[in-house]
Design a protein around this ligand. Structure first.
Ligand code: AMP
Ligand code: MG
Length: 334
């Protein structure tokens, strides 16, 4: 991994980060159609492939090191592209190290617990990446826009009232700080869609028979609360973008650009963690040499003592021969 590549990623995501302590006005501060100077999907496709390859490499190291875990929280309005983002960004990683959980309307059992309980049950283990498709942030979004959700939560009287959202922001920030202090990093992304692009995507679900199953009349009703959601998102971003777990507002009107940014934000966090393959101790290394000697002594007649090393040497020899053939075919210009 070159420092240049890390610097390019940092540059790409910088304008998307919500500065901790800043007051966000979503409509004014973030453009859903932003493309960072890229014009078409194909301009970014090689960078996307590189990003996916980097994710794959980092995830393998994260799992081998088994010290840090990563929690990705994805929020969006309906048709914001959460599912597609997960599908594309995680397309190269080992499925054993990634767990995706979608959060829907809470069940009776979930409502019988504190509001963070159901999210805590799906946190990543060390070495894992967990993805929340919707997250604990619904507790200050849909629950805020539709207060009847709060009524269903069976809270004691003095836990409701005016201060409830401010208190939830504080509790969420504290919880995330606790997780970060214990080796679990949060990657929080809000896919920011424009009202007109959402309308277009609803039409896609209405017009294409293979997309009909995805259409929900409830989503169209929810759209009537657009301004309330924009306000709830703005307040949430202002109150919960912290130095330990900042928010990124991902421009979502161009799906290919949203996916590129989501991959970049995740890679950026992994670069920062910089997980390493564990090195064995000197003592263990000496044990390995002893076992090696025993296995070498078991080589059948005519077989190399270390067949793996022999195979590697053959491969390296063939590659060298190919390179000199190529050099001979096109000698350097004099
Ligand atoms: P979808 O992600 O399209 O399958 O829809 C899930 C639905 O669950 C959305 O309408 C969310 O608003 C709703 N939902 C998710 N979390 C909560 C919550 N904590 N309280 C109430 N509704 C929720
Ligand atoms: Mg939905």
């Amino acid at each position: 991994m070159t420092d240049q590549r890390a610097a390019r990623i940092a540059r790409l995501i910088k304008p998307l980060r919500v500065k901790p302590g800043s007051k966000v006005n979503l409509a004014k501060d973030f453009d859903p159609g932003y493309k960072a100077g890229y014009v078409k999907k194909k301009d970014a496709s090689q960078i996307m492939r590189n990003g996916i390859a980097m994710l794959c490499d980092y995830q393998a190291r994260l799992a081998a090191q088994d010290r840090y875990g990563v929690l990705v929280c994805l929020q969006a309005l309906d048709a914001g592209g959460k599912d597609g983002t997960i599908r594309h960004v995680m397309s190269g990683v080992n499925p054993q190290g990634v767990h995706v959980t979608g959060f829907k309307v809470p069940s009776a059992e979930e409502l019988d617990h504190d509001y963070l309980w159901r999210y805590a049950r799906h946190l990543p283990a060390r070495g894992d990446i967990a993805i929340f498709n919707r997250s604990h942030y619904e507790e200050v979004l849909v629950v805020r826009v539709h207060p009847e959700n709060l009524d269903r939560q069976k809270l004691p009287e003095d836990a409701k009232g005016d201060g409830v959202w401010r208190r939830r922001y504080r509790e969420i920030n504290d919880w995330e700080r606790y997780l970060t202090d214990n080796g679990f990093r949060l990657v929080k992304m809000f896919l920011n869609l424009s009202e007109e692009e959402q309308r277009t995507r609803f039409f896609k679900r209405l017009d294409l028979p293979e997309k009909n199953w995805k259409f929900s009349a409830a989503d169209v009703r929810e759209r009537q609360r657009w301004d309330d959601y924009q306000e709830a998102f703005s307040q949430m971003l202002s109150a919960t973008s912290t130095p330990w777990a900042p928010w990124y507002v991902i421009p979502a009107d161009h799906k290919w650009f949203a996916r590129l940014c989501a991959a970049a934000v995740l890679v950026h966090t992994l670069i920062d963690i910089d997980p390493q393959y564990p090195r064995v101790s000197q003592e263990r290394h000496e044990q390995l040499l002893l076992v090696k000697g025993e296995l070498e002594a078991q080589a059948p007649e005519g077989a190399p003592a270390d067949p793996f090393a022999a195979r590697q040497a053959t491969k390296a020899g063939a590659a060298h021969a190919r390179a000199s053939e190529k050099a001979k075919a096109s000698p350097p210009a004099t």
